[in-house]
Design a protein around this ligand. Sequence first.
Ligand SMILES: *Cc1c(COP(=O)(O)O)cnc(C)c1O
Length: 367
Amino acid sequence: MPLLSALRRLGSKPVMQDWPGLIEAYRSWLPVSAATPVITLHEGATPLIPAPVISERIGRGVRVFLKYDGLNPTGSFKDRGMTMAISKAREAGSEAVICASTGNTSASAAAYARRAGMRAFVLIPDGYVAQGKLAQALLYGAEVLAVKGNFDRALAIVREVADKYPITLVNSLNPFRLQGQKTAAFEVVDALGDAPNWLCIPVGNAGNISAYWMGFGEYKAAGRCRSLPRMMGFQAAGAAPMVIGHTVEQPDTIATAIRIGNPVNKEKALKAQGESQGAFMAVTDAEIIEAYKLLGSGEGIFCEPASAASVAGLIKRREEVPFGATVVCVLTGNGLKDPDTAIENNDSKFHTGIEPDTATVAQVLGF
Ligand SMILES: *Cc1c(COP(=O)(O)O)cnc(C)c1O
């Protein structure tokens, strides 16, 4: 039986290597030593998925790939930074961490801190955190403080608290966060064999775009890629300080993960944009939702609204993409984090109150 013998062959030799998490996988590229206790949930190694429907939409022979970082252990790219930040905090003997968060940082900080046996304190803007993220922070055992103010205000408070008390700050001001996050660029190059021509990415505090740029730069310097991408950062029109060039006092967008008016990493991100001949551009909430729905119903990929800003931006600027280019859009977070937005924004038919009999169902189906 050929099938059985094939299965037996597979059984004797594993087809997939166990992924040890990104610190072990990229140890020589990261500021860790034998003395660093590695706190990991085996984050990283997320898929780079071809996007035929979006590629078709762009035309011009462009190949679009989606870096689906929503498949990390807590459902966002924040885990890449958090495995480093928490491992280094543990190494330094810290017993508690704190962050301000639009949701994903708090979920990730809580998971990794608790795994390390540390306390996690998280400050969130009251009423502006997606349900799934709040659920995660609570379930992972964080102490959650909903603050009557926006993210920028919450961040100012946690910076002061971390200055005054023995608590480690794990927002992206913590340099180990960006170190961990740069591994996403390594994975993109490892998958494609070179850097893409464009890297489209949502921008909130502008840490991730800076981390990707660092990763591509380090790989290029080591001869792992021949080229560097143009860094294309997309912000929501109601929260676009990098585009308009100054702080936004009252940031507003459906994409709560990037509802930030004063990005802490703006200097680094401006450097990435300048050196890569990239750009910061705004997309409206309507454009974000259109891309979000297209990703779901066209590509079978459920990301959160903030993540869809990368695809919305690519679609908006499609005429500037070089013919035959390779483009990677970063999908930063998993759609399951924000079910309310999905239920309110889709083009599917949802028939309710259906009588439980075959004839009725067949009739509704149109048979
Ligand atoms: C944190 C986050 C962002 C923004 O990343 P920055 O590093 O703050 O620019 C985008 N999307 C999602 C889903 C996030 O959680």
